[in-house]
Every structure is written in C-alpha cells, then in structure tokens.
Design a binder for this molecule. Structure first.
Ligand code: RP5
Length: 164
C-alpha cells in the first residue's frame, strides 16, 4: 500500500495533527510524520516533496498555522495529491491559515479541509488510496455505516425524550 506523509510546520501543530495520525492508524495506512516548515526549513520541505512519489507515498497531508504556505509549497514540488490542514494558532482563529492554504493559484491544487480538520484530511487520503484498494474502500463503507447507525440512535433517543 502507498504511504501517507504528514508534514507539520511546527511541533506546536502536533495536538491538531494527532487526529490525522490516529485516523490513518485506524485504517492501517503506513504513515510517515515530519516537521518541515515552508519558511524555517524550506530546503528540507522541498526535497521531501520532490522525492515523495519515488519514496512510495500516495498523498501528503500538510498542517500549518498563521501564514500557512506549507501545503502550497509542497504541492509546488510534487504532483501527488496534497491535503492542507489550516491550523488555528494564536490570534486570527485560523482564518489566516485557512486563506493562506486554500487560495492556491490555478495549476497547483491543494485540497483544503476545515480549520483543524485533521480527521477529514486523513479520511480524504484514505479515500484517495481506496480508489485502487478495494479492502480500504470496504473499511470506509463499514465506518460510514457505523457512523450512520450511531446518529440514528441519537435521533431515536432525542426524539423519544423530547417529542410529544
Ligand atoms: C506555523 O506557525 C506553524 O505551522 C505553526 O502553526 C505556527 C506557529 O509556529 P511556532 O512558532 O509555534 O513554532 O509555521
């Protein structure tokens, strides 16, 4: 199976990124995690992206806050799918990172999830790998069915308690 890379701009992003790590683990997707910054270690970030395909990766998750150029900078150096997580750090509630990540120029796409949306970033990568992996696709279907059952149970509980 192809690996998924999780790159974060700073170790301070780890509390958000942990949800992506645990989600990929749940699906037994091989994962490699690094701290590379578009601004502080641009050479290492670029080198990683340039070599990612030949190193067996199928997708890259990039998490960064503030002027969050990491996902775009990685996407500039690879044609693997790059999923950006805008991280809510300090002042502007993550809107700074959201706009920095999502507003990519034509030709260099970044699939941007919600602010701190690490679980969805991982799920999107699983879905990308599942295009050619039937077993993963079945796991995704099973998880969706389980989630649907949970929500319907909540509906039943709340409906019983408050309707009338
Ligand atoms: C970004 O700046 C990082 O991704 C992080 O979200 C933010 C703050 O980094 P630190 O100053 O905490 O290292 O590049």
């Amino acid at each position: 199976m192809k690996k998924v890379a999780i790159i974060m701009g700073s170790d301070s992003d780890l509390p958000v990124v942990e949800k992506a790590i645990s989600t990929l683990k749940k699906y037994s997707v091989p994962t490699e995690v690094h701290v590379y910054s578009a601004h502080r270690t641009p050479v290492q970030a670029k080198e990683f992206a340039q070599n990612a395909r030949k190193n067996g990766f199928g997708a890259i998750i990039a998490a960064a806050g503030k002027a969050a150029h990491l996902a775009g900078a990685l996407a500039a150096s690879t044609t693997l799918p790059v999923v950006g997580i805008p991280v809510k750090s300090s002042t502007l509630d993550g809107v700074d990172a959201l706009l920095s990540t999502v507003q990519m120029p034509s030709g260099i796409p970044v699939a941007t999830v919600a602010i701190d949306g690490a679980a969805n970033a991982a799920l999107l990568c699983v879905q990308i790998l599942a295009v050619t992996d039937e077993e993963l696709a079945e796991k995704l279907d099973a998880e969706r069915a389980e989630n649907t059952a949970k929500i319907l149970e909540k509906d039943r509980e709340i409906s019983e308690k408050y309707s009338g």
